[in-house]
Ligand binder design. Sequence first.
Ligand SMILES: O=C1O[C@H](COP(=O)(O)O)[C@@H](O)[C@H](O)[C@H]1O
Length: 241
Amino acid sequence: MDQERILDVAADAETLADRAADWFVAEIAARPGPIAVALSGGSTPKRLYERLARDPWRSALPFDRIHWFWGDERIVPEGDDRRNALMARHALLDHVPVPPANIHAIAADPMAPEDAALAYEAELKRFYRADLPDPARPLFDVMLLGIGSDGHTASLFPGKPSLEVTDRWAVASEPGLEPFVPRVTLTFSAIASSRAVAFLASGADKRLILERVFAGADLPSGRVACAGPVHWFLDEAAMPR
Ligand SMILES: O=C1O[C@H](COP(=O)(O)O)[C@@H](O)[C@H](O)[C@H]1O
């Protein structure tokens, strides 16, 4: 079955971030109990995180119940600006009342990428309290993703072996684009265990790749599936003609 897509096209990147923040709050507000969110790296998601740290969004979020995970990470030292976790801390997590135990970051260098992937997978399984994803009980409540100019999402790059892994939740992966540092990424199987998935992309440099994804090219971003529709928050500059 084809994955259903919902397109939300905003006039510009700032409006896109407002709309994505409204959507995020609505998704979270509907969920009882512990809530699992997977964050992405990238410039467009960063604007969303900055929104979530401010009202009206901040006061609508139950920070004591939200657990923060990442779709991918660059395995560089802890304080390195290229870490997706550091970006999310600076934009959001350092400014809101998050219990430290609710932050489930992927390990940094000097841990070897494969060990970091195994440790992250074990952490996900502990949180989920099972070793196999159950389609009736998604692991993530909200999965936020970006798209690179080559069509990658998380750190699932075109043509790389990580795309074919089906028996793991997280693996080490090699980048196809800068920064050329080792990565850890969720696999498609883990991403598919999400109640709601949203891509965020803005700017004219994303338009060509989005054109290819929407035309059905076999690119990692186009392979993302989940039980519900996949939302695409774009601005007009990124929207294919
Ligand atoms: O390397 C990465 O790139 C993608 C896309 O980022 P963008 O800055 O081009 O929007 C991002 O989704 C991913 O998390 C990150 O590690």
